[in-house]
Design a protein around this ligand. Structure first.
Ligand SMILES: Cc1cc2nc3c(=O)[nH]c(=O)nc-3n(C[C@H](O)[C@H](O)[C@H](O)COP(=O)(O)O)c2cc1C
Length: 332
């Protein structure tokens, strides 16, 4: 039996209930485009500091850069000043963003110190002012991403989500950890159900979804309409499409074979060089190459060596030299 699990974010319909997490330093244009090419309900930019956007930092604009093939691109904003957030939202709307996502989940010190990210969960009044200002500033839908609360004794995600819906927010994503947990412990999908009970807009469950079964279980425990996947897509840009298929049909699609994987790595490498230029691109590519090869035979040695190379031709040759014997062996 095929299940229909579309999600409505204001006037926008997501055909698939599986979303890519915004991840600073990871979900850049080449990675978003790759994940989207396999299949994903929605991809989101890396977090954009609204202040930097307004000051016209080149790198910030590059992070929010939308292409016409990313017709369903959500741009995530962080900040603590309602007027600045509103202005940055308008700028992104003008530049083609389909959705603005507000970050109230980031635990990083830099952001929290600036009283943005998850620090806003400690001050619902201030959070409300930001939500209202951004919603008023744009025509496109505005969504909110948060944690369960600041710490275990103040898990106020249900209250904040309720406030957000009243202010016109069209979807809420909850990472099932508190700010103080950072990335420790387990994402509490069950707690997310308390948010479900307070809102009627779409709810997305996030945190620790590493397998297709995790996705189904997170949906069951949280009562959410969809899931968001971050680290589970490291080195597996096809993972979201497997989750989509599993949720719809109850069956698991195989991973790409090694020859397909090699081509994905080479194409992704080229896309990063094209996007950032050779100097920056080859450095940014290192973590992706490491993730792609994790668990394969002799990959630790390969990673050590490939990450030392400065010449992109040599990197490509080494990727071929690493994969080709494995491909031949599997075929034999
Ligand atoms: C490297 C990294 C960067 C992240 N950057 C952002 C960000 O820019 N905005 C955001 O809302 N969350 C960010 N997050 C949090 C993720 O979106 C997600 O909520 C969290 O990793 C839990 O989901 P996961 O277990 O599927 O990775 C980041 C997480 C990681 C690991």
């Amino acid at each position: 039996m095929t299940k229909n699990m579309t999600i409505h974010i204001g006037p926008i319909t997501l055909d698939e209930p599986v979303l890519l997490s915004p991840m600073a330093g990871v979900t850049d244009l080449p990675f978003r485009r790759l994940v989207k090419s396999f299949g994903a309900g929605l991809v989101t930019s890396e977090m954009i500091a609204s202040q930097a956007m307004i000051r016209d930092h080149k790198r910030t604009h590059m992070m929010a850069y939308a292409e016409s093939d990313e017709y369903l691109m959500s741009v995530q904003l962080a900040g603590c000043d309602p007027e600045m957030m509103a202005l940055a939202a308008r700028m992104n709307e003008d530049r083609g963003a389909a959705i603005i996502d507000i970050n109230m989940g980031c635990p990083a010190k830099k952001i929290v110190g600036g009283y943005a990210g998850s620090a806003l969960m400690q001050d619902i009044g201030e959070a409300r002012r930001i939500l209202a200002a951004v919603v008023r500033a744009v025509q496109i839908p505005v969504t909110l991403k948060m944690r369960t609360g600041w710490d275990i004794s103040s898990r106020n995600a249900p209250e904040l989500a309720h406030v957000a819906e009243n202010e016109g927010i069209k979807m809420v994503t909850v990472h099932g950890r508190t700010r103080n947990q950072m990335y420790k412990g387990k994402s509490d999908w069950h707690f997310i159900h308390e948010v479900r009970d307070r809102i009627s807009i779409p709810l997305i469950a996030n945190g620790d979804i590493l397998t297709c079964e995790d996705a189904a279980e997170a949906l069951r425990q949280s009562g959410a309409d969809g899931v968001m996947i971050g680290r589970g897509a490291y080195g597996r840009p096809w993972f979201l499409s497997q989750v989509i298929h599993y949720l719809k049909h109850g069956e698991k699609l195989p991973d790409p074979d090694l020859a397909e994987l090699k081509q994905i790595v080479l194409d992704h490498y080229q896309a990063m060089l094209d996007h950032y230029g050779e100097e920056a691109g080859k450095k940014i590519a290192r973590k992706h190459i490491s993730w792609y090869t994790k668990g394969l035979r002799d990959s630790a040695v390969f990673r050590q060596q490939v990450n030392r190379l400065g010449d992109v031709g040599q990197v490509r040759a080494m990727i071929n030299d690493f994969f080709d014997p494995l491909i031949r062996e599997r075929a034999a």
